[in-house]
Design a protein around this ligand. Structure first.
Ligand SMILES: Nc1nc2c(ncn2[C@@H]2O[C@H](COP(=O)(O)OP(=O)(O)O)[C@@H](O)[C@H]2O)c(=O)[nH]1
Ligand SMILES: [Mg+2]
Length: 271
């Protein structure tokens, strides 16, 4: 029988080297070069002239990702009932998550704007907000769930609206569930994910505020979140890791969304 607390178990997770390498590529910094992480000390290949040395250097060289940008974000419609959803004329992604996890900030950072309302007060997104990204696709900012200050009846109504939307929206390509990198998947999140699974809607987890935990804690959190997704059929197993504050991971998320919406050729995507 294990006598370890959850916290102790969490701290015992040893994230693999390739996860740290991925986080470094995304812009989350790197581990301090201590003995324990000696493998982190490998040097960048020196500039060389002979062909074989050049080839060797090239193997260690990672081409810089192009910078992906979204076209102009504009507010298109706010909806409190299904009757006010805009027509299903473009592909669409929706962002869900608990209140205050950073959904609106994420949409702003993705689009390079400040037009989505961000707040320190939870529960302010009281309707579904549809934004157009140029004429390419819609992004939908959903009301936060698990918000304690609204009464049960109101919460039930929001839940119903979101379920209606998720069940019936033909152009919805993917739901991004935003979670806080410090906390991982909470009961309210799992509950929502089960609903998405029942409705057969593909979803992906986005861990935001990933600038806050120190790197080993962030890496451990990613591992526990991925473990938590194992039972879900409609989960994209890969977790997106981002910070709206520093911009780390944002380029990768833009790239994946543009690809999903059909605006990147697969050749560009898999480069
Ligand atoms: N450090 C940090 N803070 C963030 C990040 N994203 C959002 N926040 C803050 O978290 C709070 C809630 O953000 P908001 O986008 O309104 O959350 P929403 O309720 O899910 O839409 C605000 O005070 C944001 O400034 C992030 O990536 N890093
Ligand atoms: Mg919001």
């Amino acid at each position: 029988m294990s006598t370890l607390s959850n916290r102790q178990r969490f701290n015992q997770i040893q994230p693999p080297q390739k996860l740290y390498e991925k986080l470094e590529r995304l812009g989350f910094g790197s581990l301090r070069p201590t003995k324990r992480y000696a493998w982190k000390n490998k040097k960048i290949a020196p500039v060389t002239t002979t062909t074989t040395a050049k080839a060797a250097a090239f193997q260690n060289y990672e081409p810089k990702e192009p910078e992906y940008k979204f076209p102009l974000l504009s507010f298109f419609a706010g909806a409190k009932t299904p009757a006010s959803f805009p027509p299903e004329d473009l592909g669409e992604i929706a962002v869900v998550g608990r209140s205050n996890v950073g959904k609106s900030s994420l949409l702003n950072t993705l689009a390079g704007t400040t037009i989505v309302r961000v707040s320190d007060k939870p529960g302010l997104t009281q309707q579904m907000n549809f934004f157009t990204v140029g004429k390419l696709f819609y992004m939908v900012d959903m009301p936060g769930y698990g918000f304690a200050l609204v009464d049960d009846e109101e919460r039930q109504q929001w839940r119903q609206l979101m379920e209606d939307y998720i069940s019936n929206r033909k152009t919805l390509k993917r739901v991004y569930m935003v979670i806080d990198a410090r906390h991982g998947l909470k009961v309210a999140d799992l509950d929502f994910l089960r609903m998405l699974d029942r409705k057969k809607v593909k979803f992906q987890i986005v861990m935001t505020k990933s600038d806050i935990p120190v790197l080993p804690q962030l890496a451990r959190r990613i591992i526990t979140v991925q473990d938590g997704l194992k039972g879900f059929r409609n989960a994209i197993q890969d977790v997106l890791v981002v910070s709206s504050k520093t911009g780390a991971g944002i380029n990768q998320m833009r790239k994946e969304i543009l690809f999903l919406m059909g605006h990147l050729k697969s050749k560009e995507f898999y480069k």
